[in-house]
Design a protein around this ligand. Structure first.
Ligand code: URA
Length: 262
């Protein structure tokens, strides 16, 4: 006869996994999302034709960037751009993500916010900034009478990320990932044509300005993708560092003042 599972032991095991950082339980057995889309290996050449040395070289990243530029430039509107990103095969992050997170808010807004990359909640819902950081962002915007749901360009925001796919374990994006996705970001900004950009956090500054150091960059207008751009602390950083909210508030007021001036 099968013995009853020990409920206390199972409970302790579950707690242990949560303490180790497990955030979701999906299936009993692990699934490799990489394997699902893995390309079938080519059949081996007959032995007499096999060469000993040099394995086939992967296409250089510059080719991937060039391909991204061509795909992005060919997109005539936002829907076409989203499709071009979905069809772009070279960024491996897509294999581990559930959804492509393209944008949220009003594409006609005068302000476009560029965040870093989707986290778990964004990956699940397919929308940027919907987790805790996103809720804080909504409250910050609300404090200066802006929202992603407003229909007037003066009262709304449009939101996207540098990366449309969630990196595993929310790790930082790698330089080659940023390089191959930037042509899509640039086209996204061109098509949405906002008056102002907000660069949320270090990764966004690194990608759009080629500079890091948000503590120094924040609050000073600069130019990115051909538009006036204001670097700000990322709301996820503000959740961890509530003392920095004072500077974030000053930056929000500056953003609102510029919006009203111009
Ligand atoms: N952080 C980001 O930078 N973007 C999101 O969409 C969510 C969290």
């Amino acid at each position: 006869m099968e013995s009853e599972p020990d409920r206390d032991a199972l409970w302790a095991l579950l707690n242990w996994q949560v303490e180790l950082g497990a955030t979701e339980a999906i299936l009993d057995a692990p699934v490799s999302r990489f394997r699902e889309e893995a390309v079938e290996p080519a059949p081996a050449a007959p032995e007499h034709l096999q060469t000993a040395e040099v394995p086939p070289m992967a296409a250089p990243v510059t080719d991937h960037v060039a391909e991204a530029k061509t795909a992005a430039r060919g997109a005539e509107d936002l829907d076409a751009l989203k499709q071009a990103m979905a069809d772009y095969p070279h960024c491996e992050l897509r294999l581990g993500a559930r959804n492509l997170v393209f944008s949220d808010g009003n594409p006609a807004a005068r302000i476009m916010i560029l965040g870093e990359a989707p986290g778990r909640d964004e990956d699940l819902q397919g929308k940027p900034f919907v987790g805790r950081a996103g809720q804080l962002l909504d409250r910050m915007l609300g404090a200066i009478d802006l929202s992603r749901t407003a229909s007037e360009p003066d009262a709304s925001v449009y939101i996207a990320n540098i990366l449309p796919w969630r990196p595993p374990q929310n790790r930082d994006p790698k330089p080659d990932e940023i390089a191959m996705l930037m042509p899509f970001v640039e086209r996204h900004v061109e098509l949405a044509a906002p008056d102002f950009l907000v660069l949320m956090g270090n990764i966004s500054c690194q990608a759009c300005l080629g500079r890091k150091g948000i503590t120094r960059l924040r609050g000073t207008w600069t130019e990115a993708v051909g538009r006036p751009a204001l670097p700000m602390f990322h709301p996820a950083y503000l959740l961890r560092t509530p003392g920095a909210k004072r500077e974030a508030w000053a930056d929000l007021l500056e953003l609102k003042a510029r919006l009203m001036r111009q």
